[in-house]
Design a protein around this ligand. Structure first.
Ligand SMILES: Nc1ncnc2c1ncn2[C@@H]1O[C@H](COP(=O)(O)OP(=O)(O)OP(=O)(O)O)[C@@H](O)[C@H]1O
Ligand SMILES: [Mg+2]
Length: 499
């Protein structure tokens, strides 16, 4: 007996059909994976299940009854959603966050002891039972905050838990913790719907997987009947020939050079990236990958050391100075640092670089529109119109806009911090195709990713970082995955095979 059944659900925004007669069901005590390309309709389907969007046609049944029509009533009926972006309140304490919307009171008096006990019980179920309830949320790690959000759902007797790309903002070392919490909750009888672009996670936790393609449900099978190629084929309606089409390039003189760079999380780092080169930074979360990029990009304060571009010293700690030297940092957190979500796609593209769309300081509307149309079509962004709010694009399509607007500036040095976060497995190769073209046109590109294999697949050369230092450097011909992972994990001495 399914606990949730989606029956003929369609959703249109204006003339665009985003979901088209979707039918599927999921059960208590099972993890159901939901996959599909960027823009396939996954998040829209979740918003419908959460009562946050109304379907244009069809209906949803939850526990034998019609799904209530408001988010509050859906939560009360036992269905909770963990969205990609955290929804906690950083200034509040852990206790208050976990109880948000869950306070138990009697005769108007909040029952403090009872509430503390419930919060503790919820937190224990996600492995956070040891944390002090008075801790401010902002002092927790991202992973702890996400687990606390799950605890908040458990406190209110959630029977159905939906997770939309829960690992896309987690450091890789915390992914396993989240997956084990998911398994535990499944074993306790909760129905879980799990959206991800990381197919390996599904083979780890899912009991069945359903596939959406262009708003249609095109696959629904137990996990044992899927393998990676068949899942990819179902998602993309084609074979994925080559995930990352690396090709040799001419590498020129040094474009970026750092000497003895010291910044928060960066210790005495001297590196270079040359014209036409794609340099990978490999390191665990906390190794200093992001911090190094931010220091070079003028985003973070530099304590000492030098950054030079094309042979000239660049003033550090200034985004403007970095920009005018031709250095662009593309942050990993597009929501916080990259985009203005309630502005249009067109404005967001113009914000990257006003020069091509203005004359004598005035923005030219027609040019802005045409340029946005060109870039979105070149970078394969799925959207209704460039006048749409960028926040209404699917997550992966927002990422494509960022990559597009930067690539079109042809900067001397581009620092891509996890450029394929939230991007589907088919679109990743498209993004790297543009990265390679950028390098071929003479930019020096630096890239890191939470997926080390991805970096090794695309880079001409990699630096391995651990605890803020460069602990290894490898050219493409001599990439040694084992050795690189060992160094990244903090292993200094590598046992060489006997000669
Ligand atoms: N409020 C809205 N108005 C107009 N179009 C919308 C709105 N919300 C979503 N869309 C469109 O619906 C389509 C599906 O978006 P959705 O966010 O469901 O995709 P997704 O499968 O979650 O993709 P991703 O993997 O990139 O997160 C997209 O083309 C998106 O632009
Ligand atoms: Mg989505």
């Amino acid at each position: 007996m399914p606990i949730v059944s989606v029956q003929g659900v369609s959703k249109r925004f204006g003339a665009v059909t985003v979901l088209d007669g979707v039918d599927f069901a999921f059960r208590a005590g099972e993890v159901t994976g939901l996959v599909g390309e960027n823009g396939a309709g996954k998040s829209t389907l979740i918003k419908i299940l959460a009562g946050a969007e109304t379907p244009t046609a069809g209906s949803v049944v939850l526990g034998g009854e019609q799904l209530p029509s408001t988010t509050g009533d859906v939560i009360a009926a036992g269905l909770s959603v963990i969205y990609q972006e955290l929804t906690d309140v950083p200034d509040m304490t852990l206790l208050d966050n976990v109880l948000l919307g869950n306070l138990s009171s009697r005769g108007g008096l909040t029952r403090r002891g009872e509430n503390r006990r419930r919060a503790k019980a919820g937190l224990s179920r996600v492995g956070l039972g040891e944390l002090d309830l008075r801790t401010p949320i902002r002092d927790l790690t991202i992973s702890q905050r996400q687990l606390a959000e799950i605890a908040r759902c458990l406190v209110r007797d959630t029977r159905v838990l939906i997770l939309d790309e829960p690992t896309s903002s987690l450091p890789e070392r915390d992914v396993e913790t989240l997956l084990s919490v998911v398994r535990t909750l499944r074993d306790e009888g909760i129905a879980i719907l799990y959206v991800t672009h990381h197919l390996d996670e599904l083979f780890d936790v899912a009991d069945r997987v359903v596939v959406l393609r262009d708003g249609n449900l095109v696959g629904d099978q137990p996990i044992g009947q899927w393998d990676e190629p068949s899942l990819v084929r179902s998602m993309l309606a084609k074979e994925l020939e080559q995930a990352y089409p690396w090709r040799p390039r001419d590498v020129g003189e040094p474009a970026l050079v750092t000497r003895g760079l010291v910044a928060r999380g960066v210790k005495d780092t001297s590196i270079h990236a040359d014209r036409g080169e794609v340099v990978g930074l490999v390191g665990l979360a906390g190794s200093g990958r992001t911090e190094l990029m931010k220091a070079v990009g003028g985003v973070a304060h530099v304590v000492s050391g030098e950054v030079s571009v094309a042979g000239r010293r660049v003033r550090t700690g200034s985004i403007a100075a970095a920009r005018s030297a031709g250095v662009v940092y593309v942050p990993e957190d597009r929501k916080a640092e990259g985009l203005v979500l309630d502005a249009s796609v067109r404005s967001n593209i113009a914000m990257g670089d006003y020069a091509p769309v203005s004359r004598r300081g005035l923005l030219r509307s027609g040019v802005m529109t045409r340029r946005a149309q060109e870039i979105t079509s070149k970078y394969d962004v799925k959207l209704g119109s460039v006048h749409q709010e960028i926040g209404k694009l699917s997550g992966g399509n927002q990422q494509k806009v960022i990559v597009g607007r930067v690539s079109e500036m042809s900067p001397r040095v581009v620092l891509f911090d996890d450029p394929t976060r939230g991007v589907d497995i088919g679109a990743k190769s498209g993004i790297y195709e543009h990265v390679f073209t950028l390098a071929e046109k003479g930019s020096a590109v630096m890239v890191c990713s939470s997926d080390t294999d991805e970096v090794l697949a695309v880079a001409d050369r990699v630096y391995v970082l651990a605890a803020g230092r460069v602990v290894g450097e490898f050219a493409r011909g001599s990439f040694d995955r084992e050795k690189i992972l060992h160094l990244a994990a903090g292993g200094s001495a590598v046992s060489e095979p006997p000669a």
